[in-house]
Write a protein that binds this ligand. Structure first.
Ligand code: G4P
Length: 530
């Protein structure tokens, strides 16, 4: 197979959703359709079910699952699908954002009863930042809820994107019969929970056919014909160009649990979704067809065995061919590295691979030399652009027993390199501040520092509202502000200046009072590391 065929063959994507919308169920159905797993229940939900935040066993279980299912690669209709898993818990949202830097498209699952939820909006915003093409799957149509027309309106308004339905539900709730495929203009009818195979699907290519009435009942058939006529008038025809530009989201309806609408989604997905495309590095855009190899680390996972502190770095190939045992340049460190056991993932199995192509995600065993965002090349000094760090929402001071200061120092550095949390230090007293998006990470950090690094610590709450990165063209004004707020000024891990605001009101006040200072809520303005 030619190199361009290898690229063309790949579809690298993530399924994302607000917790409980049905991401795990849909993932499992995809794997079943593709024959990558044989029975339901094989994909473990990676969400932390209990709300109690001190359940360490649950955290460990979660970590085990996320390693095993971080990437699921399988073949479907001659395509190689790389499905990247994302954490289910909202406290791990940053991990999801980082995974989105490594995909070419996403499927966003929305619960038809709950509609657009908080995390759905945030995820959509991240997709928009990178113009990632999004397909929306509206799930749980087997439950009673509002009209699909209202749902489309809500998606358009709250997610701020044009939508184009490509499948349409026939009734819903207890009377839900299946979906009409607007893209291929045909209908698949299935019984709930039916094992999926092409023979068991009833095909109906013409909506006028009286067989439709026979299969779904007269009322449903009439309603479907009316809905489809209305849709044609209200929504612009689907545009592949707008979808690929991230400006239009095709929408599918269905019920992942009952297998309704899933095959339509998967078949259309492999037809319309993009193959690996260009990726933005600091100095230039890199095309996948370029012959020299490059790629970047988007996720690091500590090995589960605490006695061996090796880790797996998840690496996305962006251009050229990756080869086992070949030396590549680690751009940040300026050294050459090679990998003897690079792993690919098939279902839950890991295999050593000899080569990988753009779009592939490989696992590189690593002893401390990778940080998230690290780039490997064949010599060129480029750095891939990631998702910026967001201002954390919860802050605590890390307090430790000074006997084990060295271990703690090393541990907290490695955990923050993995992206578990952000680490800051206050200008006065060099006090260590840990910032996260949720409370759960504090338990993870405390637990892992103790078990993997032998360092005990505890956290003291802080009344910080937000961390803002500061920049200015007026050094005198910035110096005055630093003097004034000295006890709330610190630095991030890369020594960038940070201000910890006490409240939203005060922050807005300072923004007005110090017009020459820019208060950034993400680290995206940052110069990438040397
Ligand atoms: P998540 O990964 O997005 O968090 O969601 P997940 O797939 O785990 O689904 C959340 C719950 O919604 C599960 O029920 C799942 O069975 C249910 N579900 C998924 N798809 C559908 C659907 O199409 N219709 C209906 N009615 N329910 C659906 P649970 O009781 O929380 O978990 P479980 O005990 O069934 O695993």
């Amino acid at each position: 197979m030619s190199y361009t065929d290898e690229i063309e063959k790949r579809k690298t994507f993530a399924i994302i959703s607000h917790p409980d919308a049905g991401k795990t169920t849909l993932t499992e159905k995809f794997l079943l359709f593709a024959g990558a797993i044989q029975s339901a229940g094989a994909v473990k939900s990676n969400k932390i079910k209990k709300s109690t935040i001190s359940d360490f066993m649950e955290i460990e279980r979660q970590r085990g699952i996320s390693v095993a299912s971080a990437v699921m690669s399988f073949e479907y209709h001659d395509k190689k699908i790389n499905l990247l898993d994302t954490p289910g818990h909202k406290d791990f949202a940053e991990d999801t954002y980082r995974t989105l830097t490594a995909v070419d498209s996403v499927i966003l699952v929305v619960d038809s009863v709950k509609g657009v939820e908080e995390q759905t909006e945030k995820l959509m915003n991240v997709c928009r930042m990178r113009q990632t093409p999004v397909i929306i799957f509206v799930n749980k149509l087997d439950r009673e809820g509002g009209s699909p027309f209202d749902l489309l309106d809500e998606l358009e308004k709250k997610l701020n994107i044009k939508v184009s339905p490509l499948s349409w539900p026939i009734n819903r709730g207890a009377g839900f019969k299946g979906v009409y495929n607007l893209h291929d203009r045909n209908l698949y009818l299935m019984k709930p929970q039916q094992k999926v195979s092409d023979e068991t699907i009833v095909r109906l290519e013409d909506l006028k056919s009286s067989r439709l009435d026979e299969f779904v009942g007269k009322d449903n058939a009439t309603q479907l014909r009316e809905d489809v006529a209305l849709l044609d008038g209200v929504y612009d025809p689907y545009s592949q160009k707008n979808y690929l530009a991230g400006e239009l989201a095709p929408v599918f309806f269905g019920s992942a649990l009952n297998n309704f609408g899933v095959k339509e989604l998967l078949d259309t997905f492999i037809e319309i979704s993009p193959s690996p495309g260009p990726m933005a590095a600091d100095l230039r855009i890199v095309q996948p067809e370029e012959e020299t190899f490059s790629g970047f680390v988007f996720k690091i996972h500590a090995n589960l065995d605490p006695r061996h502190r090796d880790r797996i770095a998840f690496f996305r190939v962006c251009s050229g061919k990756f080869e086992r045992n070949k030396f590549y340049k680690h751009v940040r460190l300026g050294t050459n590295v090679r990998f003897t056991n690079p792993a690919s993932f098939l279902g839950q199995k890991k295999d050593v691979i000899d080569e990988a192509f753009p779009g592939d995600v490989i696992g590189l065993y690593d002893r401390d030399y990778f940080k998230i965002g690290d780039t490997l090349t064949e010599g060129e000094n480029i750095v891939y652009q990631g998702i910026p760090s967001f201002s954390p929402e919860v802050f605590k001071e890390l307090v430790h027993n000074s006997m084990k200061a060295k271990q703690l120092e090393k541990g907290i550095k490695q955990l923050t390199d993995e992206g578990v949390a952000q680490l800051f230090s206050l200008m006065y007293g060099r006090r260590k501040i840990v910032g996260t998006v949720g409370l759960l990470q504090f338990d993870v950090i405390q637990y892992r520092l103790k078990h993997e690094y032998g360092a005990e610590c505890h956290f003291e709450p802080l009344n910080f509202y937000k961390a803002c990165w500061l920049s200015t063209t007026n050094q005198t004004q910035l110096d005055a502000f630093i003097n004034f707020k000295a006890d709330r000024i610190g630095h991030d891990k890369d020594d960038n200046l940070v201000f910890f605001a006490e409240s939203e009101w005060m922050l807005n006040y300072y923004i007005k009072q110090y017009p020459d200072i820019s208060f950034h809520f993400t680290s995206e303005f940052k110069v990438v590391p040397k």
